[in-house]
Design a protein around this ligand. Structure first.
Ligand SMILES: *[C@@H]1O[C@H](CO)[C@@H](O)[C@H](O)[C@H]1NC(C)=O
Ligand SMILES: *[C@@H]1O[C@H](CO)[C@@H](O)[C@H](O)[C@H]1NC(C)=O
Ligand SMILES: *[C@@H]1O[C@H](CO)[C@@H](O)[C@H](O)[C@H]1NC(C)=O
Ligand SMILES: *[C@@H]1O[C@H](CO)[C@@H](O)[C@H](O)[C@H]1NC(C)=O
Ligand SMILES: *[C@@H]1O[C@H](CO)[C@@H](O)[C@H](O)[C@H]1NC(C)=O
Ligand SMILES: *[C@@H]1O[C@H](CO)[C@@H](O)[C@H](O)[C@H]1NC(C)=O
Ligand SMILES: *[C@@H]1O[C@H](CO)[C@@H](O)[C@H](O)[C@H]1NC(C)=O
Length: 450
């Protein structure tokens, strides 16, 4: 499958024109690693009856099957239920995999912060479920129902080179679900992330270079899949923000650079935005970005570039310089286009946005008879943007009184009108077989052949 992915990438890299460079993912297949050695956690003191701490057995199995001294192997968590009391930090592993076919439950007793699982440094790593049924259950509701939103995040991968995470579910984090930082050449795909209906429960936050994130479903009420400062050469595809906050870029502050990023086939249902780019003052450049093929239904806002984002404390500086950003082929509807503009491009007055393209943003309002589009200090082409080359582009509010032609767009059958709250256990989802209307996962689900 890895070979197949690389073949696809060659094609994509050509088509995507510099957005994604070279191959991503582990260098060695998990079956080649397993052929060298497999360390089953059941042989290291774990039980799959959800009673004994699985943390230390995983750490001990890693010492034999993955640590720098024992590279070329697989740590295996077989099917069954496991309890996690000890947070797991595995670092500097090379040429190894963590096969998660079981379900790991956070025990309610320890109130450690940090991450339940941290994989740091090292290279050639794969975290995956061979049946697509492995999961980590954070049971965040036990804390959220008491108003406690400060606790462990579920998963961090930082500083690792050449790796992938796929075919597992992350559920009900106390705080964020999955944070990716540093290093390079990563692939994340075929995942379902399902959290409570609240802020602070981000799906995937990523700051990195050269990566491909595709076929992901996020249910929560904060960031769906978010790019942070320092991201370059990244491709996001087939992302299903199902009752979420939004796909986003930000929050950007000082000397932040983001370039050569594509988001494609993004579906947002009942979220705060379809895509939000956010900053408030600060400095840095965001350039060569493409947002294409977006479908949204019943979102509060839709296309939202906000350089005076009021939820963020202002940062010193004239503002981020946003240039060469294209939004193209967006379809669907927004809840209230009269008061919440489906197109908002609000740029800093001292560093106006340049070379912005809005092309076929066909969104119509669910309520009311018109919608407004707002552009401030933004030049380029399409809709309310200033088309002159003026160094101080005019602010424009555009009113649209008739629905755009062909705004209607497909829905996903899993869209639902009831959220998971924060006061009851959240069931572990099945990883969907489609993350965007009409699209099947780029790599078949690992469990689909069994
Ligand atoms: C990982 O490797 C780096 C570089 O060799 C070293 O500085 C660091 O201490 C190692 N980390 C652990 C936890 O062993
Ligand atoms: C496993 O144990 C945890 C902690 O007691 C509990 O929350 C969870 O419901 C249990 N899982 C199953 C499948 O019984
Ligand atoms: C990561 O993979 C690239 C090729 O895809 C290779 O050039 C690089 O050396 C690898 N890094 C490590 C640490 O193995
Ligand atoms: C940001 O872009 C401007 C204009 O192209 C350029 O002068 C400046 O050097 C860039 N800043 C950084 C940090 O790359
Ligand atoms: C603008 O960005 C696109 C990617 O969206 C890139 O292909 C193109 O080369 C960039 N144009 C310039 C002038 O840098
Ligand atoms: C855009 O520029 C105008 C004047 O040039 C200014 O009044 C307005 O506040 C600016 N908008 C933002 C978001 O800075
Ligand atoms: C989508 O989100 C809704 C609301 O939270 C939920 O009921 C539904 O199960 C989710 N769909 C999937 C496939 O997880």
């Amino acid at each position: 499958m890895h070979f197949y992915s690389n073949l696809l990438l060659v094609v994509l890299a050509t088509v995507a024109n510099g957005q994604l460079i070279g191959s991503v993912g582990p260098l060695t297949s998990s079956s080649d690693k397993a052929a060298i050695k497999t360390c089953n956690v059941l042989d290291y003191g774990a039980t799959n009856d959800n009673t004994t701490d699985v943390g230390q057995p995983i750490i001990d199995a890693f010492a034999d099957c993955g640590s720098p001294d024992t590279s070329g192997a697989v740590v295996y968590v077989p099917e069954g239920d496991y309890l996690l009391d000890t947070w797991v930090h595995l670092s500097n592993g090379t040429t190894w995999a963590l096969q998660l076919d079981g379900v790991i439950y956070r025990n309610s007793s320890p109130s450690l912060e940090g991450y339940m699982f941290t994989i740091s440094d090292g290279s050639d790593f794969e975290l995956f479920g061979s049946t697509s049924e492995g999961a980590i259950q954070g049971s965040g509701y036990l804390y959220h129902m008491q108003g406690d939103y400060e606790g462990p995040r579920i998963l961090s991968v930082s500083g690792v080179e050449n790796w992938s995470v796929h075919d597992i579910a992350l559920v009900d984090a106390h705080m964020f679900h999955f944070v990716i930082s540093g290093a390079t050449n990563r692939e994340v795909y075929n995942m379902a992330i399902r959290g409570g209906d609240s802020g602070g429960l981000d799906g995937i936050d990523v700051s990195a270079t050269k990566f491909w994130i595709h076929d992901i479903e996020v249910t929560n009420k904060d960031e769906c899949v978010m790019t942070k400062a320092g991201t370059q050469n990244a491709l996001f595809e087939n992302i299903y923000c199902n009752w979420s906050g939004r796909c986003a870029m930000g929050s950007l502050d000082s000397n932040d650079l983001v370039s050569d990023v594509t988001y494609r086939n993004i579906y947002s249902w009942s979220s705060n935005q379809m895509m939000m780019i956010k900053s408030n003052g600060g400095s840095g450049n965001v350039s060569n970005i493409l947002f294409e093929e977006f479908i949204g239904h019943s979102n509060a806002y839709s296309l939202d570039l906000d350089s005076v984002w009021s939820s963020m404390d202002p940062v010193d500086g004239d503002g981020i310089f946003y240039t060469n950003i294209t939004f193209k082929n967006w379809y669907g509807d927004a809840t209230d286009g009269e008061t919440r503009a489906p197109i908002r491009v609000i740029c800093p007055s001292s560093v106006p946005c340049t070379d912005i393209t809005l092309d076929k943003i066909n969104l119509w309002t669910d309520e009311g008879g018109y919608e407004e589009y707002l552009c401030e200090n933004a030049s380029g082409s399409g809709y309310c943007l200033d088309t002159s080359d003026s160094s101080s582009p005019a602010a424009t509010t555009q009113y649209i009184n008739t629905a755009p032609v062909s705004y209607s767009a497909a829905t996903m059958t899993a869209d639902s009108t009831t959220a998971f709250g924060t006061a009851a256990s959240i069931p572990i989802p099945t990883i969907p077989t489609s993350f965007y209307p009409g699209a099947t996962p780029i790599s078949a689900l690992a469990g689909s052949s069994s």
